[in-house]
Design a protein around this ligand. Structure first.
Ligand code: B3K
Ligand code: ZN
Length: 891
């Protein structure tokens, strides 16, 4: 909790550290009612900061200082200054050893940052600034040190003692205690430190690296979860192989460990050699985890593993550079997932997510650049912009440089900066230099605007065809809306991958004016670098239909005046799978917007039959990947429709979308039923496999079921109940439950919910699903349901997964109930934020996001939302996390 007004920190004020810490020797004595931390720091003046010995300012929060010894001199009160955040003292030599002892209280640490306890075990979370809650230190990523860590605890309660690196010694002490010492040979910043002590079991495997070194792999979990680790282990081995094959990156320690903990503020953490994971991102087996959960485990295991190079071996100079490791690592894990599963489906999911959530962030009061230039609380900047948009920026680099050029760039980046703490500029420079070494002149200075300018660029495209000259021109106009602190924006470099299709859907050879015939290819990338820029293609015998921004080659809002017939054509004929899906989405958006208008004007609702027919064609196309069929059948979400509205009318959006779904379920009942049954039969015949083809089949089956049940026909209800009861996996079971929860069949709904809770009450992660499904239901009475569920014995505000499952799902996915016109949803969220602010500021601040979007709604809702933000602001002592978000969103 803060005691002074949080200050804004600026990138422009960055200075290298005054002192360095060459070695860090830590000793932890863990007890049930307190812990002791002894730190021996071998320090010296940073030569890069010149001569002289300025005061040494160490970070430290919530520490009880017990002793402080500089070299052999025990410091007395008066030899140093202590504030809530710092310990300041005066070195007398350029090199010295500082020994400190502090007492801390992990057992009462509910913020889950620093050293804390989760389900009885000790664990840590230090990124970004949690290490300062463990000991006095230079807690900044450009101070890298060699860590040796000893820990001691009761042998019976904490038989497993882990830290970073390799185990080098262990033994017993009197009083039933034992100890272990770990040494990490790699220099690292304190944010990568980790420690675990608990009663854990592990599964063990091994991996032989490309240079034939044997690495021991272990996944530690609570004993009852030992049967749910194999999928994570398989994912880890695939990730290790992939990073060798695709980036030539080899693992560097003798052991790699993952530990699953139940109380964790995010997904996982890449601590060197000792990744600590939210159990939701480790545990997966057919009976208890959905396909989506299996894919998430695979992706998060890969993401954290990939950080060993993009993050740990090469780390960030300061936290403004966060996307250097996060954007790049998200890009790496997305490519890994694309290689392991369906590339097109992965891209569709990522783009739908980006457009719905990152675009909304980019248009809201917390909008910031991929490399922000100021912050109050760095925890607030682990955002969709830094992660997902950051990944898109790296993807654009790959598109512009080509796969080989990009690989040369990443090789140079890793080689040049191994062991260093660097910046986004260093990354770009390596890409540029690698191109130049390969003889390719490349200037990425304009491209760098993607790192410094916030907001989502708009790209309006128009066409002109000249039949006499056989030329076809495309004109691109880009602009970017103002964002907080940035009024005028300069043009971005926007790579537009495109093709031109003839009336059969064939790709035409593309040759720009002035290019030779040998240059012609059928798909190419144009770089749009001006505010307005035209490109003219020659030898175009008939007016073509452009397929633009293929694969979503840039994170922009593209508009082109497609007719509905043209979108229907692209849905069927575009050879780019992503654009086929996108054409379907654009068609659905046009049709839904028309319905939204009808709702608003009180007119009878009429669904454009072209959408029905387009989806019928998709549904009956047996040669399409079933996962693509499922994606194309999914109408744009309410959240996306809200994001693209000038003023989001949640009632009209909900009514229009539900009307369309119901109409589709009636009109397409036969083909839906057919495909449902075919897939269900296949499911029944095959045991669960966590593989793309099986994910695909189940996703089509489940979306078909959700449409079919809207028809309220008894045969569908029976099928749904049967699927719920006999399914051998959570994907089918949960999908059936979700259909029932959103259906008018009250008895079946209640019975199934009760049955599910009874069956899975002992499995906390499964209960999270049970909470979520109910919290997200758009049926009336949503808030009362959520309030009722908060009193359920399986719910607790102290577990972040529970908060996300219930409160997060309600405020983020249940627009119609959250935005109830009386403001009850807003009031409820504000109350939860106020209570979480005191216990877990990071979670409080995250949950707040929906309220910050108040400018999107009508005047009456705006007033209600603002009133709640003001209530939070006035509620007492706010954490810097909550204060920053609330105060910025009221500006
Ligand atoms: N690097 C961590 C995120 C830490 C968040 C701290 N508030 C997980 C990840 O991105 O891999
Ligand atoms: Zn990461």
């Amino acid at each position: 909790m803060r005691t002074e007004q949080p200050k804004m920190i600026y990138l422009k004020d960055y200075q290298a550290p005054e002192y360095l810490i060459d070695e860090t020797n830590l000793t932890f004595e863990l007890f049930d009612d307190h812990s002791l931390v002894h730190a021996q720091l071998l320090m010296r003046r940073n030569p890069a900061r010149g001569a002289g010995l300025p005061p040494l300012v160490l970070d430290g929060q919530q520490l009880e200082l017990l002793s402080l010894v500089m070299d052999d001199h025990e410091l007395q009160v008066g030899d140093y200054q202590l504030t809530d955040n710092h310990l300041t003292l005066q070195p007398t030599a350029a090199s010295f050893t500082l020994n400190s002892s502090v007492r801390i209280h992990p057992e009462t640490n509910t913020a889950l940052e620093g050293l804390y306890k989760s389900s009885g075990m000790f664990c840590t979370q230090c990124e970004a600034e949690g290490f300062r809650k463990i000991t006095y230190y230079l807690d900044r990523p450009d101070v890298m040190s060699r860590f040796t860590t000893s820990l001691s605890a009761s042998k019976q309660d904490y038989p497993v003692l882990l830290s970073n690196g390799n185990p080098i010694a262990s033994g017993s002490e009197e009083g039933g205690r034992h100890w272990a010492t770990w040494q990490d040979p790699f220099m690292k910043p304190a944010y990568l430190f980790a420690l675990v002590a608990g009663d854990l079991w592990c599964i063990e495997d091994s991996f032989t690296t490309m240079s034939a070194r044997e690495v021991t792999l272990r996944i530690y979990v609570e004993p009852e979860n030992i049967d749910k680790c194999q999928h994570a282990m398989d994912s880890l081995k695939k990730s290790m192989r992939w990073d060798e094959e695709v980036y030539s990156r080899e693992y560097d320690l003798d052991i790699f460990m993952i530990v699953a903990v139940n109380d964790f503020n995010m997904g996982a953490m890449e601590n060197k050699g000792l990744n600590i994971f939210n159990s939701s991102c480790v545990l997966a087996r057919a009976e208890t985890a959905t396909d989506a959960a299996h894919q998430r485990v695979e992706a998060v295991v890969a993401h954290e593993y990939f950080h060993n190079w993009s993050g740990n071996r090469v780390t960030c100079r300061d936290w403004f550079q966060l996307s250097l490791k996060e954007g790049f690592t998200v890009f790496r894990d997305a490519e890994f997932s694309a290689d392991m599963n369906s590339r097109t489906v992965k891209r569709i999911e990522d783009v739908a997510y980006l457009r719905t959530h990152q675009f909304a962030e980019d248009a809201g009061p917390m909008a910031h650049a991929v490399r922000p230039d100021s912050f109050m609380e760095i925890s607030n900047f682990y955002t969709l912009t830094v992660y997902e948009k950051g990944s898109e920026v790296v993807r654009m680099l790959q598109t512009l440089l080509g796969a080989e050029g990009f690989r040369r760039g990443s090789d140079l980046y890793f080689a040049r900066h191994d062991g260093q703490a660097v910046t986004c500029d260093d990354f770009i420079q390596a890409m540029q230099d690698a191109a130049s070494i390969a003889g390719q002149a490349l200037d990425l200075s304009q491209f760098k605007r993607w790192y410094s300018q916030a907001g989502t660029p708009r790209l309006a495209v128009s066409e002109a065809y000249d039949p006499a000259a056989k030329t076809y021109s495309l004109t691109f106009r880009q602009d970017c809306p103002a964002s907080p602190g940035q009024v005028a924006k300069l043009p971005f470099v926007i790579p537009v991958e495109l093709a031109l299709l003839d009336d059969q859907g064939r790709e035409l050879p593309l040759r720009l004016v002035g290019e030779g015939a040998e240059a012609a290819v059928s798909t190419r990338v144009l770089s749009v670098v001006e505010a307005e820029q035209s490109f003219t293609f020659v030898d175009i015998a008939e007016r073509p239909l452009p397929s633009l921004l293929r694969g979503f080659s840039a994170p922009v809002k593209l508009s082109f005046p497609y007719s509905r017939a043209q979108l229907q054509f692209l849905m069927q004929h575009d050879s780019d799978g992503f654009n086929r899906w996108d054409a379907g989405q654009q068609l659905a958006v046009q049709v839904l917007r028309e319905l939204i208008g009808q709702v608003q004007r009180g007119e009878p609702l009429l669904l454009d039959q072209r959408l029905v027919e387009a989806l019928r064609t998709v549904l009956t196309n047996e040669s399409l990947d079933p996962a693509m069929v499922a994606e194309m059948l999914s109408l744009p979400s309410e959240a996306y429709l809200a994001e693209i509205s000038e003023v989001a009318d949640v009632d009209a959006i909900h009514a229009a979308r539900e009307f369309a779904r119901k109409q589709l379920s009636e009109a397409l009942f036969e083909p839906l039923w057919q495909r449902y049954q075919d897939n269900r039969v296949a499911s029944r015949r095959t045991a669960y496999v966590a593989q793309a083809a099986h994910f695909a089949r189940r996703s089509l089956q489940n979306i078909a079921l959700s449409y079919l049940l809207l028809s309220e026909r008894p045969q569908v209800l029976a099928a749904c109940l049967e699927q719920y009861e006999v399914a051998d996996n959570m994907t089918e079971r949960l999908a059936a439950l979700a259909c029932l929860v959103n259906s008018p069949f009250e008895n079946e709904r209640a019975q199934t919910l009760a049955d599910f809770a009874e069956q899975f009450k002992a499995n906390s992660l499964v209960m999270d699903q049970w909470f979520s499904v109910q919290a997200a239901s758009g049926l009336p009475g949503g808030l009362q349901r959520v309030q009722q569920l908060m009193t359920h014995p399986a719910f607790t505000l102290s577990n972040p997964n529970k908060v996300r499952a219930l409160i997060g799902a309600f405020a983020g996915q249940n627009l119609i109930n959250f935005h109830a016109a009386d403001g009850s949803g807003y009031r409820f969220l504000a109350e939860q934020v106020i209570s979480l602010n005191a216990s877990n500021p990071q979670i409080a601040s995250r949950q707040l996001a929906p309220l910050t979007r108040w400018r999107k709604y009508d005047a009456s809702r705006q007033a209600l939302m603002k009133a709640e933000l003001e209530r939070i602001l006035a509620s007492g002592e706010l954490s810097s996390d909550v204060y920053e978000v609330v105060s910025k969103s009221l500006l």
